[in-house]
Write a protein that binds this ligand. Structure first.
Ligand SMILES: C[S@@+](CC[C@H](N)C(=O)[O-])C[C@H]1O[C@@H](n2cnc3c(N)ncnc32)[C@H](O)[C@@H]1O
Length: 277
């Protein structure tokens, strides 16, 4: 694994004059860990796309179902949550440890606010940690002492990357980044992703909402790069995609007795398993 530079220069510094995706998302989820600039940007996005609040909630629900599937049916006991965001309700470690009390979780985010809140909330502990890190740098993350103190990569790990890969531009080769995590994982490991989707045809997005939301993020700390579903499926190269595939996240294994409401839009999700060689 090679990466061009090391050090913390690539990590987000605290700037309360620029909207940050972690804090904007926190606002959408009803959290309090955000600044005026984040709230203004969020309100601007919501003016175009009020259903984004629902999308943020559906995304957390997808993550919840995926973690319960991994900790339950798949027997996963270690999780690496990339682009974890500010801690909210239904944190990954709470969901996983409700099924498997010995489950270990490391959260990673490049936002210092998310990281310091996460560390304060979790306190010291050998099972759960929060690391300030850049997911673009798999070698740094996978060798980070706080990660290695909790995760054993000779055994299966569930890697989660919800709503974070669309902040990686094509020039940074997001598929190769994920492939480097994949190559480091033991067979039987899993990858769960949600990702912003681009409209396949103008009819899919008659009001040009995707373009307008993307515009609002243009002045934020990170820009959005939505992708067609085929590009999202390509993140699972080298994984077996679990049924029902990469789909509108609310349609991914909905809890019995529930049915997805709202119009399928914005975020697709899927889960894949790394097979034995
Ligand atoms: C939209 S939020 C999603 C948070 C959470 N995963 C969820 O699904 O609710 C995106 C998160 O990705 C983080 N992020 C963006 N680029 C990142 C990077 N290069 N490295 C680590 N985290 C990143 C942001 O700071 C933010 O917390």
């Amino acid at each position: 694994m090679t990466e061009t530079s090391s050090g913390a220069d690539h990590l987000t510094t605290l700037d309360t004059t620029v909207a940050h995706s972690a804090r904007l998302w926190n606002y959408l989820l009803g959290g309090k860990d955000n600044f005026a600039v984040d709230r203004e940007a969020a309100e601007e996005v919501l003016a175009y796309m009020p259903e984004l609040v629902q999308s943020a909630r559906f995304n957390r629900e997808f993550l919840g179902r995926a973690v319960r599937f991994l900790a339950g049916e798949a027997g996963i006991r270690q999780f690496l949550d990339l682009g974890a965001g500010l801690p909210t309700q239904d944190c990954v470690h709470e969901l996983a440890q409700a099924i498997a009390p010995d489950a270990r979780v490391v959260y990673v985010d490049n936002d210092p606010v998310a990281c310091s809140h996460g560390q304060a909330l979790l306190g010291p502990g050998d099972r759960v940690g929060f690391v300030l890190g850049d997911l673009h740098r798999p070698a740094e993350i996978l060798r980070h002492p706080e990660v290695l103190a909790r995760l054993d990569f000779s055994r299966p790990v569930g890697v989660l990357c919800a709503c974070a890969l669309h902040f990686v531009p094509d020039e940074e080769q997001p598929h190769q980044i994920i492939a480097r995590y994949r190559d480091h994982l033991a067979p039987g490991s899993f990858l769960a992703i949600t990702h912003g989707i681009s409209a396949a045809t103008p009819e899919d997005d008659p009001d040009g909402l995707v373009e307008r939301v993307t515009d609002v993020y243009r002045t934020a700390s990170a820009q959005i790069h939505v992708r067609p579903v085929q590009e999202i499926e390509r993140f699972f190269d080298g994984f077996e995609i679990i049924e029902p595939g990469v789909v509108w996240m609310a349609r991914w294994r909905p809890d019995p007795g529930t049915s997805p409401a709202g119009r399928p839009n914005s975020l697709y999700g899927g889960v894949g398993r790394k097979p034995a060689p």
